[in-house]
Design a protein around this ligand. Sequence first.
Ligand SMILES: NC(=O)c1ccc[n+]([C@@H]2O[C@H](COP(=O)([O-])OP(=O)(O)OC[C@H]3O[C@@H](n4cnc5c(N)ncnc54)[C@H](O)[C@@H]3O)[C@@H](O)[C@H]2O)c1
Length: 298
Amino acid sequence: MIADLLGLAGRTALVTGGGNGIARATCLQLAEAGCDVAVVDLDLAAAEGTAAEVRALGRRAVAIARDLTDRAAPRSMVAEAVDALGSISVAVNVCGGTAGVNKPFLDLDVADWQRPMDLNLVSTFLSCQAEAIAMVQAGLAGAIVNVGSSSGMTAAPNLAAYGAANAGIIHFTKTAAVELAPYGIRVNCLVPGTHWSKKTREHATSPDSPPQVRQFFADAATATPLGRLGEPADSAGVALFLASQLSAYLTGHSVVSDGGILHTTARPAFGGQQVPEAIRSWVDGSARPTGPHEGTSA
Ligand SMILES: NC(=O)c1ccc[n+]([C@@H]2O[C@H](COP(=O)([O-])OP(=O)(O)OC[C@H]3O[C@@H](n4cnc5c(N)ncnc54)[C@H](O)[C@@H]3O)[C@@H](O)[C@H]2O)c1
């Protein structure tokens, strides 16, 4: 009954970053809805683990190892998925992350700026391009779901490049949707807030994590109106909706899945208040400007 309502039974999906987190949960929900799934990940063992879980749900699956920061990877991942499973008409581009860049923008060099751009925005753009070409070549209407971040919708202290890359994904989704609409391909964006995943649990609990990073997760949960951080299945459900015919009249839009925190003023900074190295010798961390425009009490 539910599979019929979703219109996903018998279709083939490709999911990037599928070895873990939101993407893994999306693979499993797509399989439960009747899709065969191509699971793409940098980590082949993780992709194979998810593919085995998909098969256990009675669907076909293939694990594909790719580093999606390699600019040739999106075309070849789609080719391998089509070879293995016949075609794709659903794609969920989840691959992304901070690329380990967590510091004030005054301390970023161009390489720091580029890593999150490559992992998030460039990989999403190239994946969408390869997936749409495959769908058009096969004459299939389809649905593409990009995954951004709430850091792309509001200020992202210490994550300037990650925030800008995800704002780019949200905007790129609008253009891709309009350009692909004539071919019957919808493109939408899932925008998660902070979720528990293998990586965020490591950040939250590892003794190697700076205390401000560990504190961020407690503060974020407290500041979230629904009172907790997200679980991967929470946002996978939104991706499933955007891939399904329940959202047949929705394209170019972003759906935020964040427990409501974007509606508050209490969203904490990842890594806390940091004094940039670039100006550390001039300020002590509590300094406020006292020049002619601010801080004067004439
Ligand atoms: N978890 C959060 O708090 C959160 C918040 C907002 C947005 N997001 C976004 O949601 C997405 C998924 O996040 P998550 O926490 O579920 O992920 P995760 O860290 O649990 O999993 C990411 C997966 O991507 C794979 N991967 C990493 N680099 C890759 C590369 N270069 N090529 C191919 N695969 C690669 C990893 O091996 C891993 O399996 C990301 O785009 C992230 O930016 C996550």
